[in-house]
Design a protein around this ligand. Structure first.
Ligand SMILES: Cc1cc2nc3c(=O)[nH]c(=O)nc-3n(C[C@H](O)[C@H](O)[C@H](O)COP(=O)(O)OP(=O)(O)OC[C@H]3O[C@@H](n4cnc5c(N)ncnc54)[C@H](O)[C@@H]3O)c2cc1C
Length: 376
């Protein structure tokens, strides 16, 4: 058993770290923005890293999409900029349903553009009255003799207003379907979401009698839940990767501060309770990184039947990141509170991670269900 990343992943990690270093001077501005930062977008495009989100046949890096590579990249990106991390992540989250269920024509039309960062993707599940309870959506697609008609609205959609298309999860008859809606379709409009604790490119998307061809469906009618779950199977664990990167960046800040600031005649890091916070944080990060890499490796082989491992990693790492960054702020005293300082940014950015892509409570329900299924 090898607990180290092999050459393939180290190479990808080095490229992600290089990109993170390149965009670092723009990070404060980009992370404060709720529209796409052009400098960061161009740097992502030039890096070629979005190619990890698409299979080689459509311009991607590897023959199949590799969740561990995506984890390692998100870890490096999130440590520097949540804006960069989100742009990168959405290229996969917002295109995977096309990869697994799209027609040849849909794949050829969109995936090479996603790989080249020429088209931004978006996955629209959430609605005003439907969050964790995905099956309660009211957006509806109806089949007519001429094609499909989509009506409803989505809320809190990453890349809303910037995406080239939306993958929309909607009711259809007694089941659910996913449809691919080009952003410039008649009847599609967007509105920015109220600014969050940590700004994010986020908005509501409205569909008013949007006319689509039959071919806009991803897969067949009724495939919607399966397509959404397939996306989670590959990408949920990558949130854990980002959380590990965020926590590590916070700890690096705290180590720098506590090893140079002297109080009571010693560096803070040598004062008992501070040393304990440093040690606990490092230990928890290492634990989360291990479970994350393991779950991501499992997802490489079989994403759907190992989703509970991805859920455990996402739960463990996002909860850990909140604890660690909170301790780091504490260790840095008043300097940890300065607006737009790195630690303050990380503190705010950690919070949403426990809510999106499966809130901690909802993940626990799924993990417990699987446990009982396996052990009872
Ligand atoms: C930055 C950000 C980006 C996002 N991007 C997207 C996107 O691109 N696409 C998209 O579709 N959505 C997106 N979302 C929405 C996100 O997926 C939802 O916020 C998430 O699904 C939770 O739904 P909710 O916020 O409505 O909370 P609710 O579902 O209303 O939950 C509220 C609270 O109740 C708890 N709860 C809910 N159900 C249960 C239960 N059965 N048992 C126990 N506790 C429960 C939850 O854990 C939570 O603590 C984004 C959100 C954020 C913050």
């Amino acid at each position: 058993m090898n607990f180290n990343l092999d050459e393939k992943y180290l190479t990808i990690q080095a490229r992600a770290l290089e990109l993170a270093r390149e965009i670092e001077p723009m990070a404060v501005e980009a992370d404060a923005s709720n529209v796409v930062h052009q400098g960061v977008l161009e740097a992502l495009k030039a890096s070629g890293l979005s190619r990890l989100m698409v299979a080689a046949e459509y311009g991607g890096t590897y023959e199949t999409i590799d969740p561990l590579a995506i984890c390692v990249v998100r870890e490096a990106m999130m440590a520097t900029s949540s804006h960069l991390d989100s742009l990168f992540a959405l290229q996969g989250i917002g295109s995977y349903a096309i990869t697994v269920a799209g027609s040849q024509q849909q794949r050829e039309q969109w995936l090479p553009k996603v790989a080249a960062t020429e088209a931004l993707g978006a996955l629209a599940l959430t609605e005003d009255n439907s969050g964790s309870d995905l099956k309660s959506v009211s957006t509806e697609v109806k089949e007519t003799a001429d094609g499909l008609v989509l009506n409803g609205s989505k809320a809190y959609i990453s890349n809303a207003g910037a995406a080239a298309y939306y993958i929309v999860f909607a009711k259809e008859d007694s089941g659910f379907s996913t449809v691919l809606v080009p952003a410039d379709s008649d009847g599609v409009s967007t509105k920015q979401t109220t600014e969050l604790i940590a700004p994010h490119v986020l908005g509501d998307v409205y569909f008013d009698n949007v006319q689509l061809p039959h071919s806009a469906r991803l897969g067949v009618a009724g495939d919607g839940l399966q397509n959404a779950l397939a996306t989670l199977g590959v990408f949920r664990v990558s949130v854990a990767g980002a959380a590990v990167g965020l926590a590590q960046a916070a700890l690096d800040e705290a180590v720098r501060h506590t090893s140079t600031r002297v109080q009571f005649g010693r560096p803070l890091a040598r004062l008992g309770p501070v040393a304990q916070m440093l040690a606990d944080s490092w230990t928890e990060i290492e634990m989360a990184r291990l479970i994350t890499y393991r779950a991501a490796s499992m997802a490489c082989a079989d994403p759907s039947s190992t989703l509970h491992h991805s859920s455990m990693a996402k739960l463990a790492a996002s909860e850990m990141a909140s604890r660690v960054v909170d301790r780091c702020v504490q260790m840095m005293g008043r300097y940890g509170l300065e607006h737009q300082s790195k630690i303050e940014r990380l503190y705010r950015q950690a919070r949403p991670m426990r809510i999106y892509e499966g809130s901690s409570e909802v993940l626990r329900l799924g993990i417990a269900k699987q446990l009982v299924l396996e052990k009872a």
